[in-house]
Design a protein around this ligand. Structure first.
Ligand SMILES: *[C@@H]1O[C@H](CO)[C@@H](O)[C@H](O)[C@H]1NC(C)=O
Ligand SMILES: *[C@@H]1O[C@H](CO)[C@@H](O)[C@H](O)[C@H]1NC(C)=O
Ligand SMILES: *[C@@H]1O[C@H](CO)[C@@H](O)[C@H](O)[C@H]1NC(C)=O
Ligand SMILES: *[C@@H]1O[C@H](CO)[C@@H](O)[C@H](O)[C@H]1NC(C)=O
Ligand SMILES: *[C@@H]1O[C@H](CO)[C@@H](O)[C@H](O)[C@H]1NC(C)=O
Ligand SMILES: *[C@@H]1O[C@H](CO)[C@@H](O)[C@H](O)[C@H]1NC(C)=O
Length: 154
């Protein structure tokens, strides 16, 4: 019974908060969520390779969100080579993210495979992937990394 009341009160509070938020037209918190996979390859991508052969992942790689040369975010890839950078539109506008920002891997490619170049950086553009609205107050726009290609290796 007590449990039921608590649940009911919780529901009421949430509904009330939501109603108030709507009435006051509080702007939703906006976030940009950039995800991607880094591969142990000079040009790794799941999406682009028509051959169906996916190169191995690049774990523990430092991925930087670089916008006109300015560092806006950081992440380290997990064991599957996946990373996730969350930024606020206050830091980077949507247009900038798509036109002036790139994902740059600061860790040398040779770290995952010594036969690969130790100089140059893997770089990928950023692509819009859609919007996920969580509740009334949070608006998250999803972005994905394009193909990471090795730039500047000689
Ligand atoms: C960002 O996107 C990834 C992959 O879709 C997801 O796992 C993660 O929860 C998202 N983060 C936020 C804050 O939405
Ligand atoms: C990726 O690089 C390999 C080796 O340099 C090359 O054979 C292959 O065609 C490239 N694939 C793409 C999609 O660029
Ligand atoms: C595609 O597969 C080939 C092997 O056929 C591999 O050499 C290359 O790195 C892969 N490229 C991408 C973009 O995954
Ligand atoms: C390292 O790269 C070479 C050439 O790209 C490839 O033949 C080899 O299988 C790779 N080794 C590992 C452990 O992925
Ligand atoms: C880049 O690395 C290769 C070996 O992977 C080396 O032969 C070359 O001199 C290096 N280039 C520069 C500019 O450091
Ligand atoms: C979410 O934010 C985007 C821009 O970041 C905006 O275009 C869109 O209208 C917002 N959606 C909602 C439901 O607030």
């Amino acid at each position: 019974m007590a449990m039921k009341s608590i649940t009911l009160i919780t529901v009421l509070v949430v509904v009330l908060a939501a109603t108030q938020a709507k009435a006051q037209r509080l702007p939703a918190i906006r976030l940009f969520n950039i995800t991607g996979n880094v591969f142990c390859s000079v040009n790794g991508s799941i999406a682009v390779n028509g051959t169906g052969i996916i190169p191995p992942p690049f774990p523990n790689a430092l991925v930087q969100l670089s916008c006109n040369g300015i560092l806006r975010g950081l992440a380290i890839t997990n064991r599957a080579g996946t990373f996730n950078i969350v930024v606020s539109p206050i830091q980077v506008s949507l247009n900038n993210l798509l036109s002036s920002c790139r994902l740059v891997v600061a860790t040398p490619l040779s770290n995952c495979n010594v036969t690969l170049p130790s100089n140059g950086t893997l770089q990928a553009p950023i692509q819009l992937a859609g919007t996920t609205v969580i509740g009334l107050l949070i608006n998250i726009t999803q972005f994905v990394a394009g193909v990471f290609r090795l730039i500047g290796a000689q």
